[in-house]
Structures are given as C-alpha cells and as structure tokens.
Design a protein around this ligand. Structure first.
Ligand SMILES: Cc1cc2nc3c(=O)[nH]c(=O)nc-3n(C[C@H](O)[C@H](O)[C@H](O)COP(=O)(O)OP(=O)(O)OC[C@H]3O[C@@H](n4cnc5c(N)ncnc54)[C@H](O)[C@@H]3O)c2cc1C
Length: 324
C-alpha cells in the first residue's frame, strides 16, 4: 500500500531536510524526485563555488566540511549524498510528480511511475527548472543556452553573456580564461551588487582593461546563426557570435503550483500564499518548503534561510496530530 503520512516533492537540500525531520518525528514519508539526487545542484555550473559558507548549508545537524570556507558544487553533491545515506532517507528518484488531488482524508498523488496516498504534501520543488525567457528571435537556436556548465566547450569561440549577476559573471570570467572572446550585454549601468564580493573586482577590472567587452544599459534584441543584435545607448549594433549564454534567471513552475490548487499573489512576484509560521499554503495540508516560496523573487530565499522551513512544517504537522 503506497500510503505515507507525508509526501515530499523534490530532493533538493530542503526536501531532504523535510525528510530528516519527518523521520525524527516518527512519521512515514517518501521524497519523490524527478531527476537525480539534489538535481538542481547537479545541474549547476561544474566549477561553481557557493556564496554561503559550508556550515550555513548544513541540514539535519550534520557537519559540512569543505576544503575552503565556501564549498564547491562537487563538495555539496558529496555532502548531501552522504547525509541521504546516513539517514537512509526514503527516496524515489527519476519519478516526476504530475498531480496532487484532495481526498476525504489526505491526498492522492500521481507520478510518472505510480500513485500514492498521503496525509500531507510538502512542495519543495525549487526554481531551477524553468529559465526566464528573453522572448527574442533566435532564442531557441541550439547555440543559445540558459544553463552554463563548463568553460572548455567555448574555447576560441565568440561568446555573448547576458546578465550581470553571479551566474553571468562566473560564466564570463571562466570562458574568458579558457580563451573565448567574451561580450557581456547588461541591462543596468554596472555589474550587479549581489555578485560575490571576492569575484566582483575581477570582472570590473577585466571590463575596465577591455579583456571582456561589456555593453551597459543595453539589451540583446535578436540572435542569428552567426551574429547577435544588441540595442545599445548609441543605437543598434550587430556583432559576430558563436554562442549565447543567457543567464537571465529562473522561476518556479507556476503551472504546476496552480495545478496543485495553490493561490499566488496578484503582483508580479506571483508568491505562492503560505503562512510564514507553519508554511501551510492556501490548501490545508499542503506545505511549501525552500526557495519555491519566493515566487518570482528568487533573491530572498536560499538554502541558508529556508532550511528552517523543515522544522516549522513538522512542528505544525505533529502538533495537529496531537490535537486530533
Ligand atoms: C547557481 C546557484 C547558486 C546558488 N548558491 C547558493 C548559495 O551559495 N547559498 C544558498 O543558500 N543558496 C544558493 N542558491 C539558492 C538556493 O539555495 C538553491 O536554489 C537551492 O537548490 C534551493 O534548494 P531547494 O531544496 O529549495 O530547491 P532545489 O534544490 O531546486 O530542489 C528542488 C527539487 O525538486 C525537483 N522537482 C521539481 N519539480 C518536481 C516534480 N514535479 N516532481 C518531482 N521532483 C520535482 C527538482 O528536480 C529539484 O531536485 C543558489 C542557486 C543557484 C541557481
């Protein structure tokens, strides 16, 4: 019988933290993940370093040791895998949750492989699956990506990087250092203020010395097979181009959240409604955990400050059990 007290959608750091708390509370639970373990982190740029220090990424009280104080992606993958093994978390990988519907007492959950019933559902689906599109001609050409992985591929190529925040800056510096000719297209007047403090001077200096070309207050307007069109303050220009790294950010899967019956805020943030004390949504018995909570505002929630959601949710669920 596929019944669990709690069904958790997503095996990111916060979904795993929820599994650990459910286990500690003595409740039955399952974590359903559409990709591999910590799928979003697995798909981050290969050489990425977190801006958080390792102890701020810890879950379940398990110490996270890293060589330097800011861990790398491979260290984080290893950490979360070891935590999963330590707690023997009940996981189903490569299984996507498609539907959640309410029953008289709990929920029916349909996945790409089977179906479950659950007393409560926790949505910890993050925001890394859907990139913010530029909606310009040529965006779907194979030379355009919203997911930068590794610099070697771009050696000796003309690379255009869109954006001025951490992901764009990392991609620009790494590809430049592997011999790409890099142009950045930046909407604002300067490199983003949120860029890691130890990286920002590097990009500012590379732009100042002309090693990396940057067009500020500019936007990419069209992409062709061998060129890119940019609207600059001095008028439109066309530059030769082999690859576009469109680091324009990501957004939660709002279609899925609506399908699960959740209410979203009316403003541009599309914040899924939840009680910040309990993390319960507009649908009683369905909880939100992790960075999905912020809607389009993907710069307020991180692992650092959303790992506490697991404790809040389990406190609410267990206190309701006692009240019954
Ligand atoms: C490049 C980058 C660097 C970052 N660096 C930091 C940092 O240094 N410090 C920090 O605190 N935060 C950082 N963040 C922000 C944040 O911590 C991460 O987004 C983190 O992964 C959020 O954890 P999460 O568990 O909420 O979501 P995620 O890790 O995104 O996990 C969500 C999971 O849900 C799965 N999923 C989605 N839909 C379904 C479905 N329908 N069925 C089944 N599974 C599903 C996904 O495959 C994914 O594995 C960074 C984010 C990015 C993009």
């Amino acid at each position: 019988m596929n019944y669990y007290d709690i069904l958790i959608i997503g095996s990111g750091p916060i979904g795993l933290a929820c599994g650990i708390e459910a286990q500690r509370a003595g409740l039955s639970y399952v974590i359903i993940e559409k990709g591999c373990l910590v799928n979003s982190l697995y798909n981050y740029p290969a050489n990425m370093t977190f801006f958080s220090t390792s102890e701020r990424l810890e879950i379940g009280g398990v110490p996270f040791m890293s060589v330097n104080n800011k861990p790398t992606r491979p260290e984080a993958l290893e950490y979360y895998r070891r935590v999963t093994v330590k707690f023997a978390l009940n996981l189903r990988l490569f299984e996507e949750v498609l539907e959640v519907s309410r029953l008289a007492d709990g929920f029916s959950v349909t996945t790409s492989k089977t179906s479950y019933t659950a007393g409560k559902v926790i949505i910890a689906t993050g925001f890394y699956d859907i990139p913010n599109r530029m909606n310009i001609p040529g965006e779907d050409l194979p030379k355009v990506t919203h997911y930068y992985r590794d610099p070697h591929y771009y050696a000796m190529q003309q690379v255009l990087v869109v954006g001025a925040n951490n992901s764009s800056v990392d991609a620009a510096l790494e590809t430049y250092r592997k011999g790409a000719s890099v142009t950045m297209v930046i909407r604002g007047e300067e490199i983003g203020k949120r860029v890691k403090y130890w990286v920002r001077p590097d990009i500012v200096n590379r732009i100042a010395e002309g090693s990396i070309k940057a067009y500020f207050q500019s936007s990419l307007t069209a992409i062709g097979p061998h060129e890119a069109e940019i609207l600059t303050p001095n008028g439109p220009i066309t530059i030769p181009n082999d690859f576009v790294l469109a680091m324009t950010g990501y957004q939660p899967d709002f279609k899925l959240l609506r399908k699960f019956g959740l209410s979203l805020s009316d403003d541009e943030k599309l914040c899924p409604f939840h009680d910040p004390d309990t993390m319960e949504t507009s649908e009683p018995g369905i909880y939100l955990a992790g960075v999905v909570c912020g809607g389009m505002d993907t710069h307020s929630w991180f692992i650092e400050n959303s790992r506490e959601h697991a404790g809040k949710i389990l406190k609410d669920i267990t206190s309701n059990l006692f009240r019954k």
